[in-house]
Design a binder for this molecule. Structure first.
Ligand code: MN
Length: 290
């Protein structure tokens, strides 16, 4: 069975000592193996406190982030690119210091809507930085994952195929693809083909509904997705990601256009998601075994 994770934004919008404790304790209470911690401002997060809380509650961390306008490594401005490389480097150190072995997300560009397509020079900058960060991450025992996101959230990598081509150009063996059903629903028409194309280069999977609320209340064909994951022998983490205006990170929530209240009770939401994912994983295993 895959390790199951839950994104911290189901619990809290920030990462003060009290917030991280609340999120990690709630994750443990529901029996999730993993909490995914967004590392948007690594320099402002206390790794020692987080590491201690994870140890106390017996929860494993993964980490993720998206870059911003002022540290976008797909920019043509060398100062902005350098700032992004520093952020990614800090995030690798934070991940290492809390005992994580994975850093994923929109590491390769700004998370947000662009006014035009990516430029060749910008894409080249991003590839070069990711190649260098992948080396640093490898030395720290951390694998990187690049998450294709929909067209309104990046102009660099929108599909699994984009991610594979980009990773090939980095020349690194420490970068995998991080797929997300919410984004696939917008950009990847054939979910099974997208998952199969990644094969053993799929490093992480985000389960999110078409509206990013309760699983099973949107339009995504999770039956096909879980069967496809089983068919490629995917045994890495599967993490539930959901956002509501009930829990807000001032920057991330606006970037993701979380304007609507899709749920109030994160515990009820996460409990339902875990039951849903376990049921789909078990059903897919039975099909596979028969
Ligand atoms: Mn995601």
């Amino acid at each position: 069975m895959n390790k199951l994770g839950v994104h911290a934004l189901v619990w809290v919008g920030g990462w003060s000592e009290a917030e991280s404790e609340k999120a990690i304790a709630a994750t443990a209470e529901l029996g999730y193996d993993i909490i995914e911690i967004p590392v948007l401002n690594p320099e402002a997060m206390d790794a020692a406190v987080t590491a201690r809380q994870l140890e106390t509650y017996g929860v494993r961390p993964t980490t993720s982030l998206g870059l911003r306008d002022d540290n976008d490594i797909s920019s043509e401005d060398p100062d902005i690119v350098a700032r992004g490389e520093a952020t990614l480097s800090d995030a690798v150190h934070f991940a290492r210091d809390i005992g994580a072995t994975y850093l994923g997300g929109v590491l390769y560009s700004k998370l947000g809507k662009y006014a035009g397509p990516a430029t060749a020079a910008g894409r080249r900058n991003s590839i070069e930085v990711i190649a260098r960060i992948a080396d640093k991450a490898k030395a720290a025992g951390i694998g990187l994952g690049l998450e294709p996101v929909n067209r309104y959230e990046s102009n660099v990598i929108n599909t699994g195929k984009d991610a594979l081509a980009f990773i090939d150009e980095t020349g690194s063996d420490n970068v995998t693809v991080h797929l997300d059903s919410y984004h696939m629903n917008i950009e990847d028409g054939d979910h099974a083909a997208a998952i199969e194309a990644c094969g053993d280069r799929l490093g992480y999977f985000h389960v999110g509904e078409s509206h990013r609320g309760y699983l099973g209340t949107g339009t995504i064909d999770f039956r096909t997705i879980f069967r496809s994951l089983a068919s490629i022998g995917y045994d890495r983490p599967i993490t539930f990601e959901s956002f509501s205006s009930a829990v807000v990170d001032p920057h991330l929530s606006s970037t993701l256009a979380v304007w609507r209240n899709l749920w109030d009770d994160g515990a009820d939401l996460a409990r339902a998601a875990k039951t849903f994912m376990e049921s789909e994983i078990n059903a897919a295993a039975k099909v596979r075994g028969s």
